[in-house]
Ligand binder design. Sequence first.
Ligand SMILES: O=P(O)(O)OC[C@H]1O[C@](O)(CO)[C@@H](O)[C@@H]1O
Length: 458
Amino acid sequence: MDELLSVSVGAAFVGGDRPVLRENIDDLSKMVEEADVLLREKGRDDVEGFGWINLPYQDLSETIKIGRWLSGFEAIVQIGIGGSALGNRMLAKALLPPFYNELDASVRKAPKFYLLENPDPKTAVSLLDRLDLSKTAFIVVSKSGSTTETAAHFLWAWQKVREKIGERASDNFLIITDPRKGILRKFAKSTGCRSLNIPESVGGRYSVLSSVGLATASALGINIEKLVQGAKEMDQRLVLRSHLWENPAWLLACINLLHAKAGRNMAVMMPYGDDLADFAEWFAQLWGESLGKEGYGTTPVRALGAIDQHSQLQLYAEGPDDKLITIIDVKNRPLFLLPDVVDIDALKDLEFLYGKALGDLLSIEARSTASALVKAGKPVIYLNIPEVSERYIGALVFFYEYVTALVGFLMKINPFDQPGVEQGKRYIYSLMGRRGYEEYVKEVEEYFGACQNTEIII
Ligand SMILES: O=P(O)(O)OC[C@H]1O[C@](O)(CO)[C@@H](O)[C@@H]1O
C-alpha cells in the first residue's frame, strides 16, 4: 500500500517545566478510542455536524454534470465566505497552476476563477470591470442561505447580470445551499435556477469535499474523483488503525490536547510551498471555529515556509514556549534546476547553489527549520505528503477534519457548532437596519462606546 501521508511526532514530546511525554499519551488511549467510536457511530447515523465523514462515499454524478455546464463559461465567480469559500481557495491554490487566471485560455482550458468573499467595494468594482457578465457564471454558496456578506454580493451580482442579459439572468447562477431552508433555497425555487445541496449534516467548515468545494473544482479541471478517492483511502486506512501509536489521527489529537493543557495555546500550521499557503487558511477556520469554545481551543497560526523563516521563526524559536508547530513538507516537487555555473567571480561564494533543484532547497529548509526548533526545545510535528495533487490533498483534508473532531471530543466540547459568531451577526443586522433587530442598536453602540471612550487621534 503506497503512502498517503507520513506523520512524524518524535519531536512533539518535550521535557522542561511543562512536559508532554510519551507516557502521557498512553493515558489518553481509552479516551481517544471512545471518541473515535462516537465519531463513527454518529457519522454512520449522519447526525448533524458529522456528515463530512460520509462525503468520501457520495455520488458525484450531479456535481460532475454541473461542473461540465460551468466549464462552458468564460469566468466563474464564487460568492461565499468562511467555509463557503476557504475550501475553494485552498483547492484552487493547491491544484491549479500558479497565476491561473493570467494563463492563456488555450492553456487554461477552463474558465477563469474569482472568489468574492469580503464585502470590500474596491474588490467588487475591479472584478466587475474585468468580467463579461453574459459569459460569467455566479456560484452563490451559503449553508445558512442568509450570511450578510454573501447576500450583499449576491444582490449586486444578480442586479448586474439582470441589467446585462435581462430575463435569462438565472441561467448564469448556481445556488449551493441547504436542501430545504434559507433565502437562497427560496430564490432557487422561485427562479428555477440551478442548485446543489449542502447536506444538512455537513457544517460549513467541513464542507469542502461536498458540492461546496467540488462543483467549482470540477469546472476548473480539478479531478474531483481523485480528490474524493484520497479522502476515502484515508478514512479506510484510519478505521483499520485501532492502536494509538499506529493511528496518526488519534496520536495528533492526543498530542494537541496535551500541549493545550500544558499551556501551549497556539497551533502553528506551516506548510512549505506556495501551493499549500491556503491550506493554512482553511485549517485556521476548521481549527479555530471547531475548538474555540467554553474557554478551550488553541489559536491556529497561519505560516508559510520558507517565507516565515524570515519573519516569524525568531519568535517561534526564541519567543515564549506557547506554540505547537506543524510543518508540512512535500516529497515530490516540480523539477526547477538552478544554473550549473555562473562565470562571474563575484558570485563564487554562491557556488553551493549551482545546479541545485529549487524544490530540494524548499524541503531542506523545512527539515532545517524543524531541526532548529527541536534544538530550541520547541515541540514540532512534521508531516510529509508525497506530492501536491488531488489524491493527497483529499487525504490531507479528511485527515485534518478527523483530527479536529477528535480534539473537540477530547476537550469535551462540540466541534461542529459556532455559537460565538451569532452575537456579532445580530449587531450587524441591527446596524444595517434589518427588521426585528432594532433592540440591538443601543446595545452595540454601548459596547462600541466602551472601545471609543479612550480614543486618541493624532
Ligand atoms: O455558509 P454560510 O451559512 O453562509 O456561513 C459562512 C460561514 O459563516 C460562519 O457561520 C461563521 O459566521 C461559518 O461557520 C460559515 O462557514
